[in-house]
Each structure stands twice: as C-alpha cells, then as structure tokens.
Design a protein around this ligand. Sequence first.
Ligand code: HEM
Ligand SMILES: CC(C)=CCC/C(C)=C/CC/C(C)=C/COP(=O)(O)OP(=O)(O)O
Length: 302
Amino acid sequence: MTEMTYKRHANWRDYLELTKPRVVLLLLLTALVGICLASPTWVGWEIVLPAMVGIGLMSGSAAAVNHLVDRHIDARMARTLRRPLPSGNLSPRHVLTFAAVIGTLGFIVLALWVNMLTAWLTFASLVGYAIVYTMYLKRATPQNIVIGGLAGAAPPLLGWTAVTNDIHPHAILLVMIVFTWTPPHFWALAVHRAKDYAKAEIPMLPVTHGIEFTKTCILLYTILLAIICLLPYIVGMSGLIYLIGSSVLSIWFLVYAWKLKFAPKKHTAYRMFTFSIWQLMALFVLLLVDHYVATPALQLTG
Ligand code: HEM
Ligand SMILES: CC(C)=CCC/C(C)=C/CC/C(C)=C/COP(=O)(O)OP(=O)(O)O
C-alpha cells in the first residue's frame, strides 16, 4: 500500500519531467510578451489564459515526444540518463499516450478559444521540434539546433497571433531574438558536454568541428544577437528602458562569449549556458516593463 502510494507520486513527477517544465515556462514568458506587445492596452484573460494553456500544452507534448524519440540516446549520456524513459519509470506507450492527449487538448483549446492561425502555427512548431529537429536534424547535421531553433523561437509570434490573428513584423523581430539566442545558449552547454555528445554519436558542432570553432561561432552569434537586440528600439517598438537594459545584458553576454573564446576557465562554458537562460528571461521581462511603464510615461511627458 505504502509502496503504491510512493509510486503514484513518482509517476506524477515523471510525467511533469517529460514536459521539460522549466524550458516551457521560459517559452511561455516569451509567448506572454508576444501577447502583451500585440496590443497597447491589457489584452484580457479570455485570450491570455487559453493562449498560454494551449501553447504550454502543445510545447509540453513536443517535449514528451522528444523524450520518446531520444530515449536510446538519453540512456547513453550522463546528463539525461535518469530521465523517465531511460530509467524505466515510464513505458514508451505511456509517453506516447500522454503526448497525444496533452497535444490534442492544447490544439483544441487554441482552436476553440483563440484562433485557427495560432492553433496551426503552434502545431507547426510542435512538428518542427518533435519531428523535424528530434527525428531528423539532431542526428543529421551540426546545424541541427540553428534550424531546429525556429520551433523554440516561435512562441512570441504565437502569442502575438493569439491577439491579432495576423503576422506582424514586430512579432517576427521577437522570434529573431530567440532564434539568434539559441546557438550561444545551446553551444555553450555542448562545449561543456562535448564528450557526452561524442559518446552518443550526435553530430553537435563541438563534436564535428571542434571546441575552438564552436567557441568562434558562439562569439559571432552573440555579436549578431547584440545587434538584433537593438532593433526593437530602432524600429520604435520599445523605449529607453529596454534599450539601456538590453544593452547591459548584451555586453554581459558578449563578455562571457569573449572569455569563453580567449580566456576560458574550467566552468566558463557552463556558466555562460546558465547565464543565457537568465539573460533571455531578463530581456523579455524588460520588453514587458518597457511596454507598460516606459512607453506610456514617455508618451505622457512627450
Ligand atoms: C533548438 C533549440 C534548443 C536547444 C537545442 C536547447 C538545448 C537545451 C539543453 C540541452 C538544455 C539542458 C537541459 C538539461 O539540463 O537537461 C537546455 C536547458 C534549458 N533551455 Fe534550452 N534549448 C533550445 C531552445 C530553448 C528555448 C527556445 C528556450 C526558451 C525560450 C530554452 C530554455 C531553456 C531553459 C529554461 C533551460 C534550463 C532547463 C532546466 O534547468 O531544467 N531553450 N536547453
Ligand atoms: C509548440 C512549441 C512551441 C514547441 C517547441 C517546444 C520546445 C520544448 C522547444 C525547446 C527546445 C529544446 C529544449 C531543445 C533541446 O532538445 P534536445 O533534444 O537537444 O535536448 P535534450 O538532450 O536535453 O533532450
């Protein structure tokens, strides 16, 4: 009896882990920013809630399919060895059913309470990550995460279309930010975990082209990201609070990339990976703060 109760608790956590909850939370923050920036005034819970639930469920479903497809690879890497499938806590059939149920639910929520454009774009992102990236690109080319990054970068657009039902260039700009952020985010971790990926025979950039080349690519993408982060201010989408805050974040990220290339210590790559997550979170919080605080204040005084 006690053992069964214990197992029921373990299962609940296992299902949650399948959805990559921390990744999905950050994705949802970027979606929320898309929702909020799509309108000068507060959008209203009748859109915000179903949009967040639908995008969250479909992202979690994509993550669960990733666990299913990658279970043999995950079993060969120290970082992923204890996941629910390789550890034997869940069976592939359980995972497939779970992914199908939450994915379908997410689609229905978006189709019924948001709009069909958002439902189909979210479905395309799910296919992009779960099928195109996980089943094909990840095993095929060191550019896997650059191309596959488009699915993870989509949520700001999904949030935006949830409000307006059309694709606005400002939403594309937000997608470009996450898209350009993804290579330094992931390659910093891949440099740290290069041996693991080599062991699992995954053609990540540090495995195919070496650590030094990857560090150069990280630096170049970080420079590109710093430039793209200026665009929201240049096109008039965001104000001074965003410009100042994002510039500090960009310089900070650049310092990491520079250090990783030219003066690395043992943990520089992993620290840069951790920083990348805080940096993107802070950047999107800044976009929100700027939207609700700075812009009206400037308009009032101007
Ligand atoms: C193709 C694109 C991407 C790749 C290949 C990638 C890869 C990874 C990997 C391998 C991890 C480590 C997970 C672990 O420690 O088990 C990670 C962590 C993380 N990623 Fe990404 N990522 C991508 C895109 C994104 C996007 C778009 C976001 C959010 C906007 C994101 C947010 C996070 C967060 C929050 C973590 C920390 C998770 C945790 O501590 O559990 N990633 N990423
Ligand atoms: C509907 C929608 C917006 C879908 C996007 C969903 C999503 C969860 C994107 C995140 C990208 C990510 C964590 C990639 C890592 O996969 P990996 O297999 O390289 O990493 P792993 O080894 O940690 O599994």
